[in-house]
Design a protein around this ligand. Structure first.
Ligand SMILES: [Mn+2]
Length: 346
């Protein structure tokens, strides 16, 4: 297991030296953030970013994300150009020593919550999702926490309209087309693709979803069997769907060597959705011990990061991405891995 920590580069108020001080964190998970989706990341900018990270004693082996242009998800003719650009990005990232790319194939929104600061009894706050509140929203006049700056209402209406008649099967076919195009490049440059599951794993606003369940993942992997076509095992995203049995999924995909990256976080279910909790098993509804044990049992050797943390100790950072609770999460996960690994040695 290689413990990493997400870092938003120059936009992040958390510094590399703070991250380096978290025990056992060997690298950051980052990206070149200000390039429009679909365009090529300049190699020199990637190398400059890498140099800065390496000088802090950290590695840059995982990128999250290289976003996929909507035209690829929509299967438009312009996808031919965007997939060439994507391949060029894989090549450039490989030249900078990147080993794993996390990406997703969710139309329009790559995560969705109804409250970014749900306050818990202990005074901490975290992200939460309530399906009733989603149903109350006017799809033609959406205002969503965390998204108002990303799209104008006009753009959003256009995009939602573009997907109106797309089936789940069509979206899956577009994903498979994308994978068939890029995986040979990944094999050539030794870069593993790790698809992030849908968050949350069900349809919202009528948008199709195609990476929500074990059945979905089986179809994706059987269509493009190369081991370079792999998974970001995000426990919070998959686990939001009670139909997903995380331990058996961890067992299946770690055994197949498909899990290249793991986001390990906990959630608690409510009547209408879920909220994010501290990482330990007893803080939420996911059995983090059983999940990690299953990964270790299958000799999982990929990248791990703590995922969304709460805001605690008066910290008021980007929702999910404060320093303190994610650092606590990393320490908890380090302890789980060490305890389980050492107890399994005969
Ligand atoms: Mn995740």
């Amino acid at each position: 297991m290689k413990m990493t920590f997400r870092w938003y580069a120059d936009k992040d108020s958390i510094t590399l030296s703070q991250i380096k001080q978290i025990p056992n964190v060997s690298g950051v998970v980052t990206a070149v953030y200000d390039v429009p989706v679909g365009e090529i990341w300049d190699l020199n900018r990637i190398l400059t970013l890498k140099k800065k990270i390496n000088e802090s004693g950290l590695s840059m082996e995982v990128i999250e994300s290289v976003p996929v242009h909507e035209d690829i998800k929509l299967g438009l003719p312009s996808r031919e150009l965007y997939v060439q650009n994507y391949k060029k990005n894989i090549e450039n990232l490989a030249k900078a020593g990147v080993k794993c790319i996390c990406y997703n194939f969710m139309p329009v929104f790559d995560w969705l919550r109804t409250d970014l600061k749900r306050v818990a009894v202990d005074g901490s706050n975290s992200l939460s999702y309530n399906h009733d509140e989603i149903l109350k929203l006017d799809v033609h006049n959406l205002s969503l926490p965390g998204w108002d700056e990303s799209y104008s209402k006009f753009e959003l209406n256009g995009l939602l309209n573009d997907y109106k008649n797309m089936s789940k099967q069509q979206l899956l076919e577009n994903l498979i087309w994308f994978l068939k195009n890029i995986i040979p490049t990944c094999e050539e440059y030794d870069v593993k693709m790790a698809i992030h599951p849908d968050d949350p794993p069900w349809n919202v606003f009528g948008l199709p979803r195609t990476v929500s369940s074990s059945k979905d993942l089986d179809e994706i992997f059987s269509a493009v069997p190369s081991i370079y076509n792999g998974l970001t095992f995000c426990t919070g995203s998959l686990g939001a769907g009670k139909f997903n049995e995380l331990v058996s999924m961890a067992n299946k995909y770690a055994n197949q060597n498909r899990i290249h990256f793991a986001h390990l976080r906990n959630i608690a279910y409510t009547d209408k959705g879920f909220y994010e909790t501290a990482h330990p098993t007893e803080c939420g509804d996911l059995d983090m011990f059983a999940i990690v044990k299953t990964l270790v049992k299958n000799k999982f050797n990929g990248y791990v990061r703590p995922d969304h943390g709460r805001n605690i100790w008066g910290e008021n950072k980007k929702p999910g991405y404060g320093l303190y609770d994610r650092a606590l999460g990393a320490c908890y996960l380090n302890g789980l891995f060490e305890g389980i690994e050492k107890s399994m040695v005969k």
